[in-house]
Structures are given as structure tokens and as C-alpha cells.
Ligand binder design. Structure first.
Ligand SMILES: Nc1ncnc2c1ncn2[C@@H]1O[C@H](COP(=O)(O)OP(=O)(O)OP(=O)(O)O)[C@@H](O)[C@H]1O
Ligand SMILES: [Mg+2]
Length: 313
């Protein structure tokens, strides 16, 4: 079952009046998000990530294209869709003088929750986001990490079936980012909510997402499960070893994509380290090379991202 089905979404912003400038933020984006999954959208600044989320959240209307969310048409039934989704931005801001519990209560009212259900939900979320000790703290006195956890709690107030997260860990220190990531993973497991997540952090996408799309200049350049994306680009594994003895010639070694020897450190990129390592070691031994240290480095999503960010893509 698809929770999001988007087809050919386009959006161009026109700014300025005397000399209008057109900026194509989305140049035909199609994607499908399966129920209960976490779907990641990664891409450089200005790629169109926030524009895409805003369209799906019914905040912006697309110039063309269509989308179905939770089985309903985006342009024909925006009100029904809004009830069942929520959007959390890493740059969220709430009324500075309201207290943590009051902010959640306020949003509960906006979603029309009755008093008793609202109070129960607020307590639940305070507990789950470990905000109970801060319930009476005014918003402007919270640290960035607490603000971010509050934003996540607010995003769950209406028990959304679809949660849109725009850079949920931006600006957080590594510890706090880990905590928020664990919470997102927990959400998927506990509440079965479908999550569409935009992020700059490849590790975040790699850890959390079932599928990832690379968005650049308003277009999806590649899409798939993180492991498949890495395989498809033939990035290969790196075998790095410290060696002494004669400089070997590795030309013609099966599966070898690239190699370099510098200052006694040999780096070989091969299609698959596990399959090629025995052959490589046998060859080195035959040539009288002594291996002192060996490491295998698998590519991560960061490498995939760097590859796609290159101009020729
Ligand atoms: N309201 C707007 N008016 C004019 N141009 C806009 C508007 N919103 C976005 N844009 C432009 O559309 C393009 C896509 O912007 P968007 O914010 O969607 O990118 P993003 O991928 O979220 O970037 P970032 O990683 O910096 O958040 C950019 O060129 C941006 O300048
Ligand atoms: Mg953005």
C-alpha cells in the first residue's frame, strides 16, 4: 500500500516585479512511499526538498503534477489530508512565552482534540520525548535540543498516519542528534507511522531509511534502498594496507577497479572486498610483499551523495 504517490510535481517560484526571476524548485518529481516505511530525501542546498514537503503538506500548491496521500487527492481533499499528517521542521519556532505543555495543548486544540483526550495525549508525548521535567519551562528558555524534541512531540499530537520531517536533527550536537534519530526509529516501530524525511546527513538517511531518493535541481537522480544505491554506482570497497617490500604491480587483478601505492600504503578499490581479498593477498605474498596492517572500508551513502553532486550528473 502506498501512503504517498506523487507524479510529475512541478513548482517554479517567480520573484521580483520589474525584472521577474524564475526559479524552478521542482522539475517533475515522482515518488512512492510504502506504508510503515521511512523514506529519505537527500540533496544539496536548494535542491527542492522543503518545497516538496510543503507541497505534500498542502502548504504550497504545485504548478502541475498530481499526488495522492493516504488515498486522497492532494488538490481535491487537502482538509482531510491535513487531519492525518503532520510536518516537523528542524527550524520550527513556537510562541516564545508559552510553556512546553501549553504549546502541545495549543496544537491539540488546533486539531480539535477534546479536553480529556488532549490532556492525555499531551502527557503521553511529554513522557515519550522526555520533556516532563521541562513542562513548565517557557519556550525561549529551552536549549536547541529540547526545542527540537518539542517540535517532534508537536508533530505527533494528532496521531498522524504520515509524518513529514524536514531536517529533524539540524544544528544538534551528536548526542542529541542520536537521541532524536533513535526516537524516529522508535516511532516507526511503535506507532507504525509512515515517515518522509529530508536530511543533509547521509548517515542519518543510511541508518533510518528503507529507501532514499537523491534530489538535485528539482529532479530525482536516483532512488532505492541504501545498499542498492551503493551497488548501482559501482563505488566498490576499498582495501587499504600498510606494506613493506618491493612495490607490486597489480594490473590485471580480477575485480580491481583502481589502485595506488603511496608512502607504503596500498589502496585498492575492488568490486567486492570479501571475494577479492584472498586473491590480492596471494598475489602480494607471491611478490614478496609483507602486509603489516589491513583495513576494508565499505562505501557509505556519503560517497554516493558526493558522486551524484558532481556536475556531470
Ligand atoms: N518562497 C520562495 N520564493 C522564491 N524562491 C523560493 C521559495 N522557496 C524556495 N525557493 C527556491 O527554490 C529552490 C528550492 O528551495 P528549497 O527550499 O525547496 O530547497 P531545499 O532542498 O529545502 O534546500 P535546503 O537544503 O537549503 O533547505 C531554491 O532555489 C530556493 O531559492
Ligand atoms: Mg530545506
Amino acid at each position: 500500500m502506498w501512503v504517498v504517490e506523487a507524479e510529475g510535481l512541478r513548482k517554479t517560484f517567480v520573484t521580483g516585479w520589474l525584472r521577474p526571476r524564475r526559479r524552478e524548485a521542482l522539475a517533475g518529481v515522482s515518488l512512492r512511499v510504502a506504508a510503515g516505511s521511512i523514506y529519505g530525501i537527500v540533496g544539496p542546498n536548494g535542491a527542492g526538498k522543503t518545497t516538496l514537503l510543503s507541497i505534500l503538506a498542502t502548504i504550497l500548491t504545485p504548478d502541475s503534477g498530481r499526488a495522492t496521500l493516504l488515498g486522497r487527492d492532494l488538490t481535491r481533499e487537502p482538509a482531510a489530508i491535513r487531519q492525518r499528517l503532520n510536518l516537523v521542521s528542524g527550524h520550527a519556532n513556537f510562541v516564545w512565552s508559552l510553556r512546553v505543555a501549553e504549546i502541545l495543548d495549543f496544537y491539540g486544540r488546533l486539531y480539535g482534540l477534546a479536553a480529556r483526550a488532549r490532556a492525555r495525549r499531551v502527557e503521553e508525548l511529554l513522557e515519550w520525548c522526555e520533556l516532563t521535567p521541562y513542562r513548565a519551562v517557557p519556550y525561549n528558555e529551552l536549549s536547541t535540543g529540547l526545542k527540537q524534541r518539542l517540535a517532534l512531540a508537536k508533530g505527533l499530537i494528532n496521531r498522524p498516519a504520515l509524518l513529514l520531517l524536514d531536517e529533524p536533527t539540524v544544528g544538534l550536537d551528536p548526542d542529541m542528534a542520536l537521541k532524536v534519530r533513535a526516537q524516529i526509529a522508535d516511532l516507526k516501530a511503535r506507532e507504525g507511522v509512515t515517515i518522509l524525511l529530508c536530511t543533509h546527513y547521509m548517515r542519518e538517511a543510511e541508518q533510518l531509511c528503507d529507501r532514499v531518493a537523491f534530489l538535485k535541481r528539482g529532479m530525482i537522480l536516483a532512488e532505492g534502498a541504501p545498499a542498492d544505491l551503493k551497488r548501482r554506482l559501482h563505488l566498490g570497497d576499498a582495501i587499504r594496507l600498510r606494506m613493506s617490500g618491493p612495490a607490486p604491480d597489480l594490473t590485471g587483478l580480477p575485480g580491481l577497479l583502481q589502485w595506488a601505492l603511496r608512502d607504503g600504503e596500498l589502496t585498492c578499490t575492488v568490486d567486492e572486498a570479501a571475494a577479492r581479498l584472498p586473491g590480492l593477498l596471494a598475489l602480494l605474498q607471491a611478490k614478496g610483499v609483507r602486509v603489516q596492517e589491513l583495513r576494508v572500508i565499505e562505501p557509505d551513502l556519503e560517497d554516493v551523495f558526493v558522486e551524484y553532486a558532481k556536475p556531470h550528473h
